[in-house]
Design a protein around this ligand. Structure first.
Ligand code: ATP
Ligand code: MG
Ligand code: MG
Ligand code: MG
Length: 439
């Protein structure tokens, strides 16, 4: 992409409405624009990163054997009456009527819809196990939308639903989700710690929230510091293997890690004192096993091996895709702007032409641009007639991992300058070598 032809409306001033750094930087970098409270327009740069996050989520869900599909955002209230949640859900649900006076709602989550699709189409245990998911916009009329996309009213969520014949199978699905989520967050350059969460009136141990540690997080968290040493890494895992998934769950959840909702002082006191940590965290996902709650209410059963009907064991599993953008920036920035992790960066490299219009500089930039494009990378070429300082400030603000600076003086010596956004270190080297380092 050439910056002269792109749409990147960066702001010079700090927007006064933003209280936290990720919100401020997303506005300044021209990624989002508020449309109304908690509802955002996704400008090209923000949209590009959002799509990257979505892709990672898709890839990891498909790898785990889960099947993508798409539900409507507007749903009939009838299904929610059937499950018994329509009246109880409260003011977070945006309700409306169509022209015929039928009650509708904008989906805040989609257990009912998925259960309905399941019961209409699956009759036999032979079609199980099954996990369906979507990445779709949700609406919750949050009482206090704030922090930009972190607590929006309209937000993008991946929500997945497992359908299993027994509790045992459903717990394997639960573990599979935990593993796939660990991989997902790590690919985004994030450490998200599974913490035991509150399962509400259903009870049981079967819900974990994933939290990214950050001072601006809305949850208070308590954990054993050993947990931050764990990484999933690039280990191979067979998602069908009950033992392997169970082992990962045990590895990542055996140490003390809880949010304020489930925190237990007495248990926490058993953690050696020098490892006890209290901090704040951003909830970027949650997994849940809830048994036959919805299948009983909505009549989702299949014929079991012995011919008798069996109520389906279900769970639901969510990732806050749009919130993750904010969480990544909270975790990775400096005073000059965003520092994108390689896996989610909107462009791989920025090319800064110090003297636009200079024949040699222009053609060196074009050649670099072509090399990156040919290698399948996505470069952003600042080809505007602007001062170098302004170009550098924009590149720092939008946080691409690499910057290549090209000017007539360097080219006389056959070199360009390669700068790492994360370390700030620069080196001079021939253009071909700069390309080699990045691809
Ligand atoms: P919170 O505690 O932050 O209100 P939640 O527990 O109500 O979140 P879930 O129902 O668990 O949310 O939804 C799954 C994921 O969707 C959450 O882990 C979070 O990452 C994301 N999410 C929930 N509400 C919002 C929101 N208002 N804006 C952006 N993302 C959200
Ligand atoms: Mg909530
Ligand atoms: Mg929550
Ligand atoms: Mg939650």
């Amino acid at each position: 992409m050439r910056l002269s032809r792109y749409f990147l409306p960066v702001l010079k001033e700090n927007p006064s409405e933003a209280q936290i750094v990720s919100h401020r930087l997303m506005l300044r970098a021209g990624m989002i624009k508020q449309a109304s409270a908690g509802i955002y327009a996704w400008l090209p740069l923000g949209f590009k990163v959002l799509r990257k996050l979505e892709n990672i989520v898709h890839e990891e869900q498909v790898r785990a054997g889960h099947i993508p599909m798409l539900m409507p955002t507007l749903q009939s209230a009838d299904l929610w009456r059937e499950s018994g949640r329509y009246d109880g859900y409260g003011e977070e649900m945006l309700r409306m009527q169509d022209r015929h006076g039928r009650d509708m709602l904008y989906s805040p989550t989609a257990e009912e819809m998925f259960t309905d699709v399941f019961r209409a189409n699956v009759n036999s245990y032979k079609d199980l196990p099954l996990t369906l998911y979507q990445i779709q916009w949700k609406f919750r009329d949050e009482i206090r939308p704030r922090f930009g996309v972190m607590r929006g009213r309209e937000f993008l969520m991946k929500d997945g639903y497992n359908f299993d014949l027994s509790k045992e199978d459903a717990l394997h699905a639960y573990n599979r989700h935990l593993v796939s989520y660990l991989r997902t967050y790590e690919r985004m350059g994030l450490q998200a710690i599974p913490m035991r969460a509150d399962s509400g009136p259903i009870g049981g141990d079967y819900t974990h929230e994933f939290l990214v540690l950050a001072d601006t997080g809305e949850s208070e968290v308590f954990y054993d510091s050993e947990i931050t040493d764990l990484t999933f890494g690039d280990r191979d895992i067979d998602f069908d293997s009950v033992e392997q998934c169970q082992a990962v769950l045990e590895e990542f959840t055996s140490r003390y890690a809880r949010t304020d909702e489930t925190h237990d002082e007495a248990l926490f006191a058993e953690v050696p004192e020098d490892r006890r940590r209290t901090a704040r965290g951003i909830e970027v996902g949650q997994i849940f096993y809830f048994g036959t709650q919805y299948s009983d209410a909505m009549g989702a059963a299949v014929q079991g091996p012995d011919g008798k009907p069996v109520s389906i064991h279900m769970g639901s599993h969510g990732i806050g895709v749009s919130r993750l953008l904010g969480a990544i920036i909270e975790a990775s920035h400096d005073e000059n702007g965003i520092i994108w992790p390689e896996g989610v960066t909107p462009f791989h490299v920025g090319i800064v032409n110090l003297k636009q219009g200079d024949e040699e500089a222009d053609s060196a930039c074009e050649a670099l641009y072509d090399s990156f494009t040919a290698a399948g990378l996505d470069p952003l070429y600042d080809d505007r007639k602007e001062r170098a300082g302004g170009k550098f400030a924009t590149m720092d603000l939008i946080g691409l991992p690499w910057r290549i600076t090209v000017g007539p003086r360097g080219l006389k010596n056959g070199v360009v300058e390669l700068t790492s956004r994360r370390t700030g270190e620069s080196e001079e080297l021939p253009p071909e070598q700069a390309v080699e380092k990045i691809i």
